[in-house]
Design a protein around this ligand. Structure first.
Ligand SMILES: Cc1cc2nc3c(=O)[nH]c(=O)nc-3n(C[C@H](O)[C@H](O)[C@H](O)COP(=O)(O)OP(=O)(O)OC[C@H]3O[C@@H](n4cnc5c(N)ncnc54)[C@H](O)[C@@H]3O)c2cc1C
Length: 512
């Protein structure tokens, strides 16, 4: 398909693909929020020519939105050598909230055994800096309006009529994704039952800080960095779904709940969220893919949306790069849906339960009390924390060693004369075959450069979240997203199959 010709869009409209000299990239990402930025970084690391189209003129974000990063997300950032950039800006909390209790996370076997409180604004800014260092092209202040795909690629039309061409288009364009709608992908789920107002403003009389409950729900007045400001979250008396609540609504509800509006004024953010839950029925339609909020939305309880968006991006990035570079066939992209769809489905389920537990009628409160009692029992605590932190993810990559399908632990290892971390070898987002049995203690390049081989001695025991201690594998094949594709002895047939399945390589390619 050539730009400059008239084509039929997926909604049936006819439009002019703008410009005679189309800008071409190997991959285009619609949306430069957290998911789009992370994906762009992953693709750039793999040497793919990727561009982001972002509606916003700058990375600045009104309001706080996400409040931080969970344990697995921090590990994922460590896998790229980025962890300290985020950790140095945030506050560490060794607890995870569940209903009305705080669950201890300090005994989880990870270097990052805490939740990192860090506003979305700072998360996005830090990701944007990384992406800029990697030389990603970011088209700001323009929108993806529509697109057309065929067997060879995707023509993308921006709202100013100009066009771009790419082999693949990824919709990281948030809950109202134009890409998802253009691809005709169903966004199935549950209509809202409850709404909340959220605002940030200055106060004149000291607010009643903390969390309150009544029969209608939960209310929170939180301190902000600027001591003259308050963050307000108010359960609404009845469900409202409009996007543009007024400050009058916030002030009136404060008076209804607290008997005073604390003289709040000069709002910097007013928004409304609901417990609407939806998930894309398919994360891929041929050359178009979805990630982050474009693929799944749910209420913010448990603070998981941004976190699973970043992990979607890390799952998809290396796969898309391998397909674009001709290393793998397009069917590799179907594993993205197979692996990530169930993860978000679980988050939808958990947040629906969180909302149900917030109900304040006597029977719901009785249920909530029982759930709080159960949640602190060790097995339940570990299960709940593993799910919410992302550390419990296990992809269905086959049977065998308990590591298979799980994330590689961030383990201290001896490589040559140096003590390093397993994650040091994932910084460049390439597959790694760790050889823990040969005792050679060095990093070696494979013949094809497809898979890096690292011969190392583990300096720590293997301890998996929830599972507990497991036997050290003789060797482990780790995907660029940090998940173990195979673990066992180097001569096993399974290694050959895993190398071919995931990286189009064979054991001979990784010969020492
Ligand atoms: C009140 C609230 C509290 C939350 N709290 C948490 C929390 O504590 N923890 C957590 O993990 N998550 C939380 N979330 C969710 C989190 O904010 C989202 O999950 C996250 O922002 C999703 O990132 P994304 O990049 O997928 O989408 P978005 O952040 O929505 O980014 C999409 C980007 O695409 C751009 N865009 C949209 N359409 C187009 C287009 N057509 N062309 C070009 N660009 C386009 C937008 O400008 C935007 O920059 C919260 C959300 C809300 C509303």
């Amino acid at each position: 398909m050539t730009l400059g010709t008239k084509v039929d869009a997926s909604d049936g409209a006819t439009f002019e693909l703008g410009g005679t000299a189309a800008r071409t990239h190997q991959a285009i990402i619609a949306g430069g929020g957290p998911t789009g930025l992370m994906l762009a970084g992953e693709l750039a690391l793999a040497g793919v020519d990727v561009a982001i189209i972002e509606r916003r003129e700058s990375q600045d974000l009104a309001g706080m939105r996400a409040g931080g990063l969970h344990m697995r997300t921090l590990e994922v950032l460590d896998q790229r050598g980025l962890g300290e950039r985020f950790v140095s800006q945030g506050q560490r909390h060794q607890v995870a909230p569940f209903h009305e209790v705080l669950l201890d996370v300090s005994d989880f076997p990870t270097r990052r055994n805490y939740f990192l409180a860090l506003p979305q604004n700072q998360i996005e800014r830090t990701l944007a800096e990384w992406v800029e260092e990697l030389g990603v092209r970011l088209y700001r202040g323009c929108e993806v309006a529509r697109f057309v795909q065929d067997d060879h690629g995707v023509d993308v039309v921006l709202s100013d009529g100009s066009g771009l061409h790419a082999s693949f288009l990824v919709g990281c364009d948030g809950s109202r994704s134009v890409v998802r709608k253009g691809a005709g992908i169903e966004f199935a789920g549950w209509e809202p039952t409850k709404s909340w107002l959220i605002a940030e403003a200055r106060w004149a009389q000291e607010p009643k800080w903390g969390v309150e409950h009544d029969l209608h729900g939960t209310y929170a007045l939180g301190k902000m960095d600027d001591p003259g400001q308050v963050r307000i979250v108010l359960a609404e008396r009845e469900l409202k779904t409009g996007d543009d609540p007024t400050f009058d609504e916030v002030q009136s509800l404060l008076v209804e709940v607290y008997g005073a509006d604390f003289g709040v004024h000069t709002p910097t953010w007013i928004s409304r969220f609901t417990d609407r839950c939806r998930q894309a029925a398919a994360y891929r339609d041929r050359r178009v893919l979805l990630a982050g909020d474009a693929a799944h939305i749910h209420p913010p309880m448990g603070g998981q949306g941004l976190n699973i968006g970043l992990q979607d991006a890390v799952n998809l990035g290396w796969k898309l790069a391998q397909v674009i570079k001709g290393i793998s066939s397009e069917s590799l992209l179907d594993t993205y849906h197979a692996e990530r769809h169930p993860v978000a489905a679980l988050v939808l389920r958990n947040t629906m339960a969180d909302v149900a537990l917030q109900r304040r009628d006597p029977r719901s409160r009785a249920l909530g009390e029982i759930m709080s009692e159960l949640a602190v029992i060790d097995g339940a605590r570990k299960h709940l924390v593993a799910v919410r932190s992302g550390l419990g993810v296990r992809y269905d990559l086959g049977d065998g060693h308990p590591l298979v399908g799980r994330r590689l632990p961030d383990l201290r290892i001896q490589v040559g004369q140096t003590a390093q971390s397993t994650y040091d070898f994932l910084h460049d987002a390439r597959p790694v075959l760790f050889d823990f049995g040969s005792d050679l203690g060095q990093e070696r390049r494979s013949c094809t450069d497809a898979v890096k081989v690292v011969s190392a001695n583990a300096l720590q025991a293997w301890d998996l979240p929830v599972v507990g201690p497991v036997q050290s594998p003789e060797a482990a094949l780790v995907r660029p997203d940090g998940y173990v594709a195979w673990a066992g002895a180097l001569g096993d047939d399974g290694l050959e199959q895993a190398l071919q399945k995931w990286f189009g390589a064979s054991a001979a390619d990784t010969a020492h």
